[in-house]
Design a protein around this ligand. Structure first.
Ligand SMILES: [Mn+2]
Length: 384
Protein backbone atom coordinates (compact mmCIF):
# COMPACT_ATOMS: atom_id res chain seq x y z
CA UNK A 1 0.00 0.00 0.00
CA UNK A 2 1.21 3.47 -0.92
CA UNK A 3 0.67 5.87 2.01
CA UNK A 4 2.08 9.09 0.52
CA UNK A 5 -1.05 10.15 -1.38
CA UNK A 6 -0.24 12.72 -4.07
CA UNK A 7 3.52 12.22 -3.63
CA UNK A 8 5.75 9.53 -5.05
CA UNK A 9 8.32 8.06 -2.66
CA UNK A 10 11.06 9.82 -4.66
CA UNK A 11 9.31 13.21 -4.32
CA UNK A 12 8.74 12.68 -0.61
CA UNK A 13 12.39 11.77 0.02
CA UNK A 14 13.70 14.62 -2.11
CA UNK A 15 11.47 17.44 -0.87
CA UNK A 16 10.23 16.55 2.62
CA UNK A 17 12.05 13.77 4.51
CA UNK A 18 14.10 15.44 7.29
CA UNK A 19 13.38 18.83 5.66
CA UNK A 20 9.84 20.10 5.97
CA UNK A 21 6.33 19.07 6.99
CA UNK A 22 3.78 17.76 4.53
CA UNK A 23 0.10 17.01 4.94
CA UNK A 24 -1.20 14.00 3.05
CA UNK A 25 -4.98 13.98 2.87
CA UNK A 26 -6.43 10.46 2.82
CA UNK A 27 -3.04 8.75 3.04
CA UNK A 28 -5.07 5.65 3.95
CA UNK A 29 -8.60 6.18 2.58
CA UNK A 30 -11.31 4.70 4.77
CA UNK A 31 -8.83 4.00 7.57
CA UNK A 32 -10.37 2.07 10.45
CA UNK A 33 -8.78 2.25 13.91
CA UNK A 34 -6.93 -0.94 14.84
CA UNK A 35 -8.23 -0.92 18.38
CA UNK A 36 -10.89 0.91 20.37
CA UNK A 37 -10.12 3.53 23.04
CA UNK A 38 -11.02 1.14 25.87
CA UNK A 39 -8.69 -1.51 24.40
CA UNK A 40 -5.90 1.09 24.32
CA UNK A 41 -6.64 1.95 27.95
CA UNK A 42 -6.53 -1.81 28.65
CA UNK A 43 -2.95 -1.94 27.29
CA UNK A 44 -1.97 0.85 29.70
CA UNK A 45 -2.89 -1.40 32.65
CA UNK A 46 -0.19 -3.91 31.63
CA UNK A 47 3.14 -3.92 33.48
CA UNK A 48 5.26 -4.46 30.36
CA UNK A 49 3.73 -1.65 28.31
CA UNK A 50 5.05 1.92 28.43
CA UNK A 51 2.25 4.45 28.83
CA UNK A 52 1.69 7.99 30.09
CA UNK A 53 -1.27 10.18 30.97
CA UNK A 54 -0.90 13.90 30.40
CA UNK A 55 -3.42 16.17 32.09
CA UNK A 56 -3.46 19.81 31.04
CA UNK A 57 -4.92 21.09 34.29
CA UNK A 58 -3.71 18.41 36.69
CA UNK A 59 -3.74 18.25 40.48
CA UNK A 60 0.00 19.00 40.59
CA UNK A 61 -0.30 21.95 38.19
CA UNK A 62 -0.33 22.49 34.45
CA UNK A 63 0.71 19.50 32.29
CA UNK A 64 0.70 16.84 34.95
CA UNK A 65 2.37 13.65 33.69
CA UNK A 66 1.65 10.22 35.15
CA UNK A 67 3.52 7.11 34.11
CA UNK A 68 1.81 3.75 33.69
CA UNK A 69 0.98 0.99 34.36
CA UNK A 70 -2.37 2.46 35.40
CA UNK A 71 -5.31 1.11 37.34
CA UNK A 72 -9.01 1.61 36.73
CA UNK A 73 -9.09 4.08 39.63
CA UNK A 74 -6.46 6.23 37.85
CA UNK A 75 -8.98 6.54 35.00
CA UNK A 76 -11.90 7.28 37.33
CA UNK A 77 -9.87 10.15 38.87
CA UNK A 78 -9.36 11.92 35.52
CA UNK A 79 -11.09 15.20 34.71
CA UNK A 80 -13.80 15.21 32.07
CA UNK A 81 -11.59 16.57 29.31
CA UNK A 82 -8.18 17.98 28.29
CA UNK A 83 -6.22 14.83 28.97
CA UNK A 84 -4.26 12.47 26.74
CA UNK A 85 -3.25 8.81 27.04
CA UNK A 86 -0.05 7.82 25.20
CA UNK A 87 0.80 4.15 24.66
CA UNK A 88 4.23 3.38 23.22
CA UNK A 89 5.29 0.50 20.91
CA UNK A 90 1.77 -0.78 20.23
CA UNK A 91 3.28 -2.65 17.25
CA UNK A 92 4.96 -5.00 19.75
CA UNK A 93 1.59 -6.05 21.18
CA UNK A 94 -0.95 -5.73 18.37
CA UNK A 95 -0.07 -7.63 15.14
CA UNK A 96 -2.21 -5.26 13.00
CA UNK A 97 -0.12 -2.34 14.29
CA UNK A 98 3.07 -4.15 13.23
CA UNK A 99 1.48 -4.68 9.78
CA UNK A 100 0.77 -0.94 9.54
CA UNK A 101 4.50 -0.22 10.01
CA UNK A 102 5.25 -2.42 6.99
CA UNK A 103 3.87 0.40 4.80
CA UNK A 104 6.67 2.71 5.95
CA UNK A 105 9.50 0.58 4.63
CA UNK A 106 10.32 3.21 2.01
CA UNK A 107 12.56 4.38 4.87
CA UNK A 108 15.19 1.80 5.96
CA UNK A 109 13.44 -0.51 8.44
CA UNK A 110 16.22 -0.10 11.01
CA UNK A 111 15.26 3.60 11.27
CA UNK A 112 11.71 2.76 12.42
CA UNK A 113 11.23 3.03 16.16
CA UNK A 114 7.62 2.27 17.01
CA UNK A 115 3.93 2.99 16.62
CA UNK A 116 2.68 5.12 19.49
CA UNK A 117 -1.06 5.64 19.90
CA UNK A 118 -2.48 8.68 21.59
CA UNK A 119 -6.06 8.95 22.72
CA UNK A 120 -7.23 12.43 23.67
CA UNK A 121 -10.42 13.81 25.11
CA UNK A 122 -11.87 17.09 23.84
CA UNK A 123 -9.21 19.81 23.92
CA UNK A 124 -6.55 17.27 24.88
CA UNK A 125 -2.98 18.01 23.83
CA UNK A 126 0.55 17.47 25.07
CA UNK A 127 1.30 21.17 24.54
CA UNK A 128 3.50 22.90 21.97
CA UNK A 129 6.77 20.96 21.77
CA UNK A 130 9.36 19.53 19.44
CA UNK A 131 10.98 16.13 19.05
CA UNK A 132 14.41 14.90 17.98
CA UNK A 133 12.82 12.40 15.60
CA UNK A 134 10.86 12.22 12.36
CA UNK A 135 7.24 11.26 12.78
CA UNK A 136 4.20 10.47 10.64
CA UNK A 137 1.00 11.43 12.47
CA UNK A 138 -1.84 9.33 11.12
CA UNK A 139 -5.30 10.38 12.25
CA UNK A 140 -7.09 7.17 13.21
CA UNK A 141 -10.36 8.38 14.72
CA UNK A 142 -12.04 11.76 15.30
CA UNK A 143 -10.42 15.09 14.45
CA UNK A 144 -7.26 16.74 15.65
CA UNK A 145 -6.05 20.21 14.78
CA UNK A 146 -2.31 20.37 14.21
CA UNK A 147 -0.40 23.64 14.38
CA UNK A 148 3.21 23.74 13.26
CA UNK A 149 5.66 26.47 14.20
CA UNK A 150 9.34 27.34 14.23
CA UNK A 151 12.35 25.01 14.09
CA UNK A 152 13.77 24.31 17.54
CA UNK A 153 16.95 22.97 19.12
CA UNK A 154 18.31 22.18 22.58
CA UNK A 155 18.75 25.96 22.94
CA UNK A 156 14.98 26.63 22.64
CA UNK A 157 13.45 27.71 25.93
CA UNK A 158 11.20 25.28 27.71
CA UNK A 159 8.59 26.07 30.38
CA UNK A 160 9.91 25.54 33.89
CA UNK A 161 7.86 23.19 36.03
CA UNK A 162 6.12 20.60 33.84
CA UNK A 163 7.97 17.29 33.42
CA UNK A 164 6.98 17.23 29.75
CA UNK A 165 8.98 19.63 27.60
CA UNK A 166 6.59 22.43 26.66
CA UNK A 167 7.98 25.24 24.53
CA UNK A 168 7.99 28.66 26.20
CA UNK A 169 7.43 30.28 22.77
CA UNK A 170 5.48 28.89 19.84
CA UNK A 171 5.28 30.84 16.60
CA UNK A 172 2.51 29.29 14.54
CA UNK A 173 3.15 29.07 10.80
CA UNK A 174 0.38 26.76 9.65
CA UNK A 175 -2.56 24.77 10.98
CA UNK A 176 -4.70 21.95 9.64
CA UNK A 177 -7.55 19.82 10.95
CA UNK A 178 -6.89 16.13 10.29
CA UNK A 179 -9.71 13.71 9.60
CA UNK A 180 -9.45 9.90 9.85
CA UNK A 181 -7.02 8.61 7.21
CA UNK A 182 -5.16 11.95 6.90
CA UNK A 183 -1.47 11.97 7.77
CA UNK A 184 1.00 14.72 8.65
CA UNK A 185 4.76 14.22 8.33
CA UNK A 186 6.98 16.28 10.63
CA UNK A 187 10.78 16.49 10.39
CA UNK A 188 12.91 16.50 13.56
CA UNK A 189 13.11 19.82 15.38
CA UNK A 190 9.89 21.30 14.02
CA UNK A 191 7.63 22.61 16.79
CA UNK A 192 4.09 21.27 16.73
CA UNK A 193 0.92 21.35 18.80
CA UNK A 194 -1.95 18.93 18.25
CA UNK A 195 -5.27 19.69 19.90
CA UNK A 196 -8.09 17.18 19.90
CA UNK A 197 -11.52 18.30 18.67
CA UNK A 198 -13.81 15.98 20.55
CA UNK A 199 -12.39 12.54 21.32
CA UNK A 200 -9.68 11.40 18.95
CA UNK A 201 -6.96 8.88 18.34
CA UNK A 202 -3.71 9.61 16.53
CA UNK A 203 -1.08 7.05 15.53
CA UNK A 204 2.54 8.26 15.58
CA UNK A 205 4.93 6.31 13.40
CA UNK A 206 8.24 7.34 14.93
CA UNK A 207 11.82 6.87 13.77
CA UNK A 208 15.06 6.39 15.65
CA UNK A 209 18.22 8.35 14.96
CA UNK A 210 21.26 7.71 17.13
CA UNK A 211 23.16 10.71 18.48
CA UNK A 212 26.73 11.39 17.37
CA UNK A 213 27.84 10.60 20.94
CA UNK A 214 26.20 7.15 20.87
CA UNK A 215 27.60 6.41 17.42
CA UNK A 216 31.10 7.55 18.30
CA UNK A 217 31.15 5.48 21.47
CA UNK A 218 30.02 2.41 19.53
CA UNK A 219 32.42 2.99 16.63
CA UNK A 220 35.34 3.32 19.05
CA UNK A 221 34.30 0.13 20.88
CA UNK A 222 34.29 -1.66 17.52
CA UNK A 223 37.60 -0.16 16.37
CA UNK A 224 39.65 -0.64 19.57
CA UNK A 225 40.18 -4.42 19.21
CA UNK A 226 41.57 -3.86 15.69
CA UNK A 227 44.29 -1.43 16.87
CA UNK A 228 47.79 -2.37 18.08
CA UNK A 229 50.64 -0.39 19.66
CA UNK A 230 51.96 0.09 16.10
CA UNK A 231 48.98 2.33 15.36
CA UNK A 232 50.33 5.55 16.74
CA UNK A 233 50.65 9.29 16.19
CA UNK A 234 53.45 10.05 13.72
CA UNK A 235 54.84 13.22 12.15
CA UNK A 236 57.23 12.25 9.37
CA UNK A 237 56.27 15.49 7.60
CA UNK A 238 57.43 17.63 10.56
CA UNK A 239 59.01 21.00 9.76
CA UNK A 240 60.67 23.44 12.15
CA UNK A 241 58.05 25.40 14.07
CA UNK A 242 58.51 28.89 15.47
CA UNK A 243 57.32 27.99 18.98
CA UNK A 244 58.20 24.48 20.20
CA UNK A 245 55.41 24.59 22.82
CA UNK A 246 52.61 25.13 20.29
CA UNK A 247 50.24 22.36 19.17
CA UNK A 248 49.86 23.50 15.58
CA UNK A 249 47.09 23.15 13.02
CA UNK A 250 49.36 20.63 11.28
CA UNK A 251 49.42 18.47 14.43
CA UNK A 252 45.62 18.62 14.59
CA UNK A 253 45.42 17.62 10.91
CA UNK A 254 47.70 14.60 11.54
CA UNK A 255 45.48 13.53 14.43
CA UNK A 256 42.39 13.97 12.29
CA UNK A 257 43.71 11.69 9.56
CA UNK A 258 44.78 9.12 12.18
CA UNK A 259 41.26 9.08 13.67
CA UNK A 260 39.58 8.98 10.27
CA UNK A 261 41.82 6.04 9.24
CA UNK A 262 40.98 4.17 12.45
CA UNK A 263 37.25 4.56 11.80
CA UNK A 264 37.07 4.43 8.02
CA UNK A 265 36.62 0.72 7.33
CA UNK A 266 33.12 0.33 5.78
CA UNK A 267 32.55 -3.00 7.57
CA UNK A 268 33.33 -1.31 10.90
CA UNK A 269 30.95 1.54 10.16
CA UNK A 270 28.17 -0.80 9.04
CA UNK A 271 28.70 -2.89 12.18
CA UNK A 272 28.47 0.29 14.28
CA UNK A 273 25.08 1.17 12.82
CA UNK A 274 23.90 -2.43 12.64
CA UNK A 275 24.58 -3.19 16.28
CA UNK A 276 23.23 0.10 17.61
CA UNK A 277 20.10 0.20 15.48
CA UNK A 278 19.04 -3.39 16.17
CA UNK A 279 19.08 -3.04 19.93
CA UNK A 280 15.64 -3.93 21.25
CA UNK A 281 13.46 -1.06 22.43
CA UNK A 282 12.82 -2.86 25.73
CA UNK A 283 15.88 -5.01 26.27
CA UNK A 284 14.67 -6.61 29.51
CA UNK A 285 11.55 -8.00 27.73
CA UNK A 286 12.82 -8.82 24.27
CA UNK A 287 14.35 -12.16 23.25
CA UNK A 288 18.15 -12.05 23.06
CA UNK A 289 20.30 -13.48 20.30
CA UNK A 290 22.52 -16.41 21.26
CA UNK A 291 24.19 -19.20 19.33
CA UNK A 292 22.03 -22.29 19.71
CA UNK A 293 23.51 -25.76 20.28
CA UNK A 294 20.59 -27.46 18.51
CA UNK A 295 21.24 -29.42 15.35
CA UNK A 296 19.89 -28.69 11.87
CA UNK A 297 17.48 -31.66 11.99
CA UNK A 298 15.82 -30.18 15.11
CA UNK A 299 15.59 -26.81 13.36
CA UNK A 300 13.96 -28.31 10.28
CA UNK A 301 11.38 -30.19 12.32
CA UNK A 302 10.66 -27.10 14.47
CA UNK A 303 10.18 -25.00 11.32
CA UNK A 304 7.89 -27.59 9.78
CA UNK A 305 5.46 -27.23 12.68
CA UNK A 306 4.08 -24.09 11.01
CA UNK A 307 3.75 -23.06 7.38
CA UNK A 308 4.40 -19.33 7.93
CA UNK A 309 6.94 -17.69 10.19
CA UNK A 310 7.64 -14.09 11.03
CA UNK A 311 9.99 -11.95 13.13
CA UNK A 312 9.24 -11.83 16.84
CA UNK A 313 7.47 -8.46 17.39
CA UNK A 314 10.40 -7.29 19.55
CA UNK A 315 13.12 -8.57 17.20
CA UNK A 316 15.09 -6.10 15.10
CA UNK A 317 16.97 -7.40 12.06
CA UNK A 318 19.35 -5.67 9.65
CA UNK A 319 22.19 -6.78 7.41
CA UNK A 320 25.13 -5.42 5.44
CA UNK A 321 27.27 -6.59 2.55
CA UNK A 322 30.71 -5.34 1.59
CA UNK A 323 33.96 -6.54 -0.05
CA UNK A 324 34.92 -8.67 2.94
CA UNK A 325 31.60 -10.45 3.39
CA UNK A 326 28.13 -10.07 4.81
CA UNK A 327 26.93 -9.41 8.34
CA UNK A 328 23.62 -9.98 10.06
CA UNK A 329 22.59 -7.80 12.98
CA UNK A 330 19.98 -8.69 15.54
CA UNK A 331 19.25 -7.43 19.09
CA UNK A 332 22.54 -5.48 19.08
CA UNK A 333 24.62 -8.53 18.07
CA UNK A 334 26.59 -9.16 14.89
CA UNK A 335 27.00 -12.43 12.96
CA UNK A 336 29.67 -12.35 10.24
CA UNK A 337 28.85 -14.43 7.18
CA UNK A 338 30.24 -15.06 3.69
CA UNK A 339 29.07 -12.61 1.01
CA UNK A 340 27.03 -15.43 -0.56
CA UNK A 341 24.62 -15.15 2.42
CA UNK A 342 23.36 -11.80 1.12
CA UNK A 343 20.25 -13.10 -0.63
CA UNK A 344 19.08 -15.09 2.41
CA UNK A 345 19.71 -12.12 4.71
CA UNK A 346 17.66 -9.91 2.42
CA UNK A 347 14.69 -12.29 2.77
CA UNK A 348 15.14 -12.46 6.54
CA UNK A 349 15.25 -8.68 6.97
CA UNK A 350 12.83 -7.48 4.28
CA UNK A 351 9.99 -9.99 4.08
CA UNK A 352 7.02 -9.55 6.42
CA UNK A 353 6.71 -13.33 6.76
CA UNK A 354 8.49 -16.45 5.57
CA UNK A 355 7.31 -19.73 4.18
CA UNK A 356 9.02 -22.41 6.31
CA UNK A 357 9.87 -24.69 3.37
CA UNK A 358 11.48 -21.83 1.41
CA UNK A 359 13.48 -20.83 4.50
CA UNK A 360 14.82 -24.37 4.88
CA UNK A 361 15.81 -24.42 1.20
CA UNK A 362 17.35 -20.93 1.18
CA UNK A 363 19.48 -21.51 4.30
CA UNK A 364 21.48 -24.33 2.77
CA UNK A 365 25.00 -23.35 3.79
CA UNK A 366 26.56 -24.28 7.15
CA UNK A 367 26.84 -20.68 8.44
CA UNK A 368 23.25 -19.95 7.46
CA UNK A 369 22.02 -23.15 9.08
CA UNK A 370 23.67 -22.13 12.34
CA UNK A 371 22.08 -18.68 12.08
CA UNK A 372 18.59 -19.98 11.34
CA UNK A 373 18.89 -22.52 14.19
CA UNK A 374 19.73 -19.68 16.59
CA UNK A 375 16.83 -17.55 15.35
CA UNK A 376 14.37 -20.42 15.80
CA UNK A 377 15.53 -21.54 19.24
CA UNK A 378 15.96 -17.99 20.60
CA UNK A 379 12.35 -17.23 19.50
CA UNK A 380 13.57 -14.44 17.23
CA UNK A 381 11.42 -15.87 14.47
CA UNK A 382 8.07 -17.29 15.49
CA UNK A 383 5.15 -19.11 13.83
CA UNK A 384 2.50 -16.73 12.44
MN1 LIG B 1 5.52 15.29 19.15
Amino acid sequence: MHVLGHLTVEEFLRDYWQKKPVLIRQAIPGFEPLLAADELAGLSLEDDIESRLIIEEGKTGAWEVKKGPFTESDYRALPENKWTLLVQAVDQWVPEAAELLEHFRFIPSWRIDDLMISYATDGGSVGPHWDQYDVFLLQAEGQREWRVGQMCSEKSSILEGPSVKILADFTENERWVLEPGDMLYLPPGLSHWGISQGECMTYSIGFRAPSTAELLERAIDTALPTLTEDNRYSDASLSLQHSPGEITDDAAARLKSLLVDALSDPALLQATLGQLMTEAKYEEQAPTFDTSEQGWAETVSALQEAEQWTRHPQARFAYSINDTGAAFYCQGEIVNLPASAGKSLEVLCDEASYDSQSLIEAFDDSHLKTLLTSLVFCDLIVPV
